[in-house]
Design a protein around this ligand. Structure first.
Ligand code: ATP
Ligand code: MG
Length: 434
């Protein structure tokens, strides 16, 4: 028979009146009025109407009895028709049934009845047939594409570092342990140590877009156990400001490109506000004071929790800012490789968006003696970090970088309430399927 894919629904226009077209997709709905039936065919670009006449079409009965979500390929004539939503309909000449769906569907594609999020995730392949769910992943693709393009233009090269590692990057305990032949190994929670080691090679500017695994026990709306991130590391910086500038440009570029995704944004009912550069820089210490003034109990030296982060989001929103940097955290709040600054502060920053952290970064320590001192101060044994420390002994330039969570970014960008919306098949404390 004919080739399956030739036209998408949106490619057919009333000007095609009288022309023969071929379309293929899912049977979203069939309305059978007896002598005439309307089949709504859905493909990745939208829907179109196929009109069948009992008298004219020998395959009428076979088609109208098809279960919803079956897959068909149709060859027919396009006919302009003002009464049809998109201004045209297809009068079929041939219909090939490519796959018959079982009944009942575990999840409706167009039903307006609310379903549990877990039901959606349990049947993710059907959930993903919904245009508004697909829109999130089309935008995700644009986000990643923009990041690659922007970073390459800024002189960064894309690298890939190991995801099976012998020890942890930050001394945390939230690592997944795996069996590596007769040894113990772990799944990587961050490319931190490797991307820093690359700064000793002369590659100078690198980025990595990859998976990370964190065995965090908590089950929250903004944590996954398997997530993706855009990681950046750059050498010969003057201080953390150089890194923050790349990050704010990157984020602004992403927001600009996504604003052009009009179709997807309208499906999600979302308007994008492009943040101005420079993003405001708020010092940790000043924010502690502001939070106290607003009646919150915060102790200088403690990392901000989600409650504090939300309140900071409100403070910044009142000033008209959705996007902001929190800078100069106490040194003890940040990992051992963070460059210290006077008064127990650090050359670190978090990027916040509407009350949620989406990225963390800093200038790093490049002096091996200071690095060993900081390892010990964090209760870590420099011996366990010899591979890493070695890269600092034979010429290591000043450097810094950041990690930007892709799902967090999407969540903030599209105002989604749950991070699981931003990943195809989420892994969390309880979910390992599908
Ligand atoms: P949080 O304090 O919000 O738990 P973190 O400070 O532990 O995050 P980092 O180690 O700074 O996270 O990781 C860099 C970025 O990776 C974060 O800013 C965030 O965007 C993302 N990220 C971290 N942990 C997770 C997670 N469990 N699930 C999804 N994204 C995450
Ligand atoms: Mg962080």
């Amino acid at each position: 028979m004919h080739r399956y894919r030739t036209h998408y629904s949106t490619e057919i226009k009333p000007e095609d009146d009288g022309k023969e077209v071929r379309v293929a997709g899912w049977v979203q709905d069939i309305r059978n009025l007896g002598s005439i039936a309307f089949l709504i065919l859905r493909d990745r670009k939208g829907t179109l109407q196929v009109t069948l006449f009992k008298k004219e079409h020998p395959f009428f009965e076979k088609v109208v009895s098809l279960p919803r979500e079956s897959v068909v390929s149709i060859m027919g004539k396009c006919k302009a028709n003002e009464k049809v939503r998109n201004g045209y309909e297809i009068i079929p000449e041939e219909i090939e049934i490519l796959s018959t769906s079982e009944k009942p569907l575990p999840l409706g594609v167009v039903d307006k009845v609310g379903v549990e999020f877990d039901t959606r995730l349990d049947n993710r392949f059907i959930d993903l047939r919904k245009p508004e769910v697909q829109a999130i992943f089309k935008i995700r693709d644009v986000v990643i594409d923009t990041a690659r393009e922007f970073l390459r233009e800024e002189g960064f090269i894309e690298v890939h570092t190991p995801k099976i590692v012998a020890s942890c990057s930050e001394g945390g305990t939230n690592l997944f342990e795996i069996k590596y032949f007769d040894r113990k190994a772990f799944l990587s929670q961050s490319p931190q140590l490797y991307k820093q080691m690359l700064m000793a090679t002369g590659l100078d500017r690198v980025f990595e877009i990859a998976w990370y695994f964190r065995a965090e026990e908590h089950n929250t709306r903004r944590h996954l156990n398997e997530s993706t991130a855009i990681d950046v590391e750059m050498a010969f910086i003057s201080n953390e400001e150089d890194v923050m500038h790349i990050l704010e440009l990157l984020v602004q570029n992403i927001w600009k490109r996504v604003k052009e995704c009009e179709e997807e944004l309208s499906l999600l009912g979302k308007d994008i506000k492009i943040p101005n550069i420079p993003f405001p820089r708020m010092k940790y210490t000043d924010l502690v004071e502001m939070l106290k003034e607003r009646g919150m109990e915060v102790t200088w030296g403690d990392d901000f929790g989600s409650r504090e982060e939300r309140e900071i989001g409100k403070i910044m929103e009142e000033k008209g800012n959705e996007m902001y940097f929190i800078t100069e955290y106490p040194l003890d709040c940040k990992p051992f490789y963070t460059m210290p600054k006077d008064d127990n502060l650090s050359r670190s920053f978090d990027l916040g968006c509407k009350g949620m952290e989406i990225a963390s970064g800093s200038q790093r320590i490049h002096d091996v003696n200071l690095l060993m001192e900081r390892l010990k101060a964090n209760g870590l044994n420099p011996k366990d970090f010899e591979d890493y420390l070695k890269a600092f002994r034979y010429g290591m330039p000043p450097h810094g970088g950041f990690g930007l969570g892709i799902e967090r970014l999407l969540m903030a960008l599209l105002d989604l309430a749950n991070i699981r919306e931003c990943i195809l098949f989420p892994r969390d404390r309880t979910r390992l399927h599908p």
